[in-house]
Design a protein. Sequence first.
Length: 194
Amino acid sequence: MPEHTPAPTPGRAIYGFALFLLFKTLFAMYVVWAFVPTAVFDRLGLTYLPDKYFALFLPILALVAITLFAFLVYPSLALAMTPDIDDRATVTDAYTIVRCQYQFPDGGACSQRVDDPYSQGWKAKRHCERHATRLNEQQPRTVRVANFCDCPYEAMCLLRKDPDYLPTLRRKDPIPAVSDLSLAKVSRALYRRY
């Protein structure tokens, strides 16, 4: 079996040499067409050649096309392939390691890796599979409503105004923690760029 090398294969080398000769020949024909007067071509019977105007127009057109491609198309492709600023892919990747944050009663911590921590959006899973089910059983509610009022303004206290407010408050679902903040909005708030 032949050894694999980065050198081109013989067939590819032949095609490359043929293209090299073709473009050298085309360039030589272009230079002859551009600099030889039209009267010489007319005497040779070559009356179907394009006007000399195209000798300047075609290279300028090629340069303009290359410039537009380099300054518009390539940056546009780069912007199209870049994820949004508030996309998870800008902050994390597939190799992000998130450790379980479960605390044992003796004070030790679980060090298991959390599998696919960002599968449900921006809010990363904080616990491994084994401890996630335990926490759901132990902590059904995250907010505890107190029986007393510590309002600084007694006139605005809802617990003193309405005695039925506390049971109503306890029946409501707790407000979830902030999790789906847009990075674009955070950046605007921090850097005041609108």
